[in-house]
Ligand binder design. Structure first.
Ligand code: GDP
Length: 444
């Protein structure tokens, strides 16, 4: 999970402060030291760490904490506010041109995730903002890159403009913009060439494209997992191109978080989006405050709700509720429900968005084994339609067949059947309780 190490350490440090009725300078000094170490260990730029700790310290020894009735809470508030500011404060929006199409130029080193992110961004603009994007293949040095973008476009059913490897990138982009106007497409996302390292020729070409297209946004795509290298790359690109925003990719695999916490302070450019996985819907708008909240173990309910709204079919959810009430919930419904929750993202990440989940005894350090879910699914899918609708049919022979079909032991099949029965019993009890209440209300 993103920021795992930092989150653990900061939360431990903060825990020591929460219960305190009084906070003295020594406490603040100690806390500052721990925060400093935690940030350095998370690979945050040392100068950024120095400034950050200085600010926290100044505020924590100031009157707002010392005179507060809950100084511990006050310190947490300060850390959260400063973390939010460090990552850019407000969420930064994407530009809209006065006259469409809005032109977005994507730049970055090879392997950072530029092509994938171009596709993800087009997908997000269409899905969340109701826009009609056009992807443009302007990396003329690598035929593979053009093919990759076309594949992405096909998967998403989003048009890709390309002219092979013979044309020049500026001409391609200009023609693409004309094409977008004709077709009434309102966002043009230009996937430019990347290299393994920054070189003059690349920068020269990108500068020329920029001068010619005058894009509304220049997004620099950097790989969060490369930590301070990502920050250095961002600095160089920004010096030459004056980018308008940064997209951090692979934040899902970045357990430290150094790039996310340093880039804004070093380049003064906002992080606009974060890549949270390889799939084409795994790009999130970057909300500094929500991120700070996740790092401090306070959860991120807003993102959780948004994910649920995007991925859970409301009609199905209502039907499911009805079935739960009437206790006519079957294994088919069970599968459905699992699919919907799974589509929201990896479970441990979802858990991280629930406030206080990390403090709950049963949930602390719980390793959610996604494999187990796959096993459960395999078992249910090995049942016949009839069995799924009416688990009462189950006998030893059927259980053996299901075990064989799913490649799981009979004991596991038994366990699932038992859990399912218990779940139904519980639903019955709950709906009974609700029915009772309703009845009473009617009488009264
Ligand atoms: P490009 O050379 O910059 O165009 O990079 P690609 O788009 O080809 O991406 C390089 C690799 O990074 C691919 O395997 C992508 O699937 C992977 N990738 C891109 N973004 C993310 C992300 O947010 N999370 C993860 N886990 N992988 C990503």
């Amino acid at each position: 999970m993103a920021f795992e190490g930092l989150a653990d350490r900061l939360q431990q440090t903060i825990k020591k402060m929460t219960g305190k009725g009084k906070v003295n300078e020594q406490d603040v000094k100690e806390m500052s030291r721990e925060v400093r170490l935690a940030l350095l260990e998370a690979d945050v730029n040392f100068k950024v760490v120095k400034d950050f700790v200085k600010k926290i310290r100044e505020r924590a020894v100031g009157t707002e904490v010392m005179e507060s009735l809950t100084p511990g809470q006050q310190v947490i508030k300060i850390v959260k506010e400063e973390l939010t500011l460090l990552m850019g404060g407000e969420q930064s929006k994407i530009a809209v041109a006065n006259r469409p199409p809005t032109v977005i130029m994507m730049v970055g080193l090879q392997g950072a995730g530029k092509t994938t992110t171009s596709g993800k961004l087009a997908n997000l603009l269409r899905k969340k903002h109701n826009r009609k994007p056009l992807l443009v293949a302007a990396d003329v040095y690598r035929p593979a890159a053009i093919d990759q973008l076309k594949t992405v476009g096909k998967q998403l059913n989003i048009p890709v403009f390309d002219k092979g490897t013979e044309a020049n990138p500026v001409d391609i982009a200009n023609e693409a913009i004309e094409y977008a106007k004709q077709e009434h497409l309102d966002y043009v996302i230009v996937d430019t060439a990347g290299r393994l390292h920054i070189d003059e020729q690349l920068m020269g070409e990108l500068t020329q494209i920029k001068a010619d297209l005058n894009p509304d946004e220049i997004f620099l795509v950097v790989d969060a997992m490369t930590g301070q290298d990502a920050v250095n790359v961002a600095e160089s690109f920004d010096q030459q191109l004056n980018v308008t925003g940064v997209i951090l990719t692979k934040l899902d695999g970045d357990t430290r978080g150094g790039a996310a916490l340093s880039i804004r302070a070093v380049t003064d450019k906002p992080i606009k989006f974060a890549g949270m996985g390889e799939k084409l819907d795994e790009l999130e708008a970057f909300h500094p405050e929500r991120m700070a909240s996740r790092i401090l173990g306070m959860g991120d309910v807003l993102t959780l709700i948004e994910k649920a709204q995007e991925n859970i079919d409301e009609k199905k959810a209502k039907e499911l509720e009805e079935k739960m009430r009437s206790a006519s919930f079957t294994f088919d419904d069970f599968l459905d429900q699992m699919e919907q929750v799974k589509s929201m993202g990896p479970l441990d990440e979802l858990l991280g968005m629930i406030p206080g989940a990390n403090k709950m005894k049963g949930l602390k350090n719980v390793q959610i084994d996604e494999k187990q879910i796959v096993h459960v699914e395999a078992i249910v899918k090995s049942m016949t339609r009839q069995e799924r609708q009416d688990p009462g049919l189950m006998n030893a022979g059927r259980k053996r067949r299901i075990a064989k079909g799913s490649g799981r032991p009979v004991s596991e099949v038994n366990r699932l059947l038992k859990q399912f029965e218990e779940m139904k019993k519980m639903m019955k009890q709950m709906s009974g309780m609700q029915g009772g209440k309703k009845g009473k209300r009617k009488k009264g």
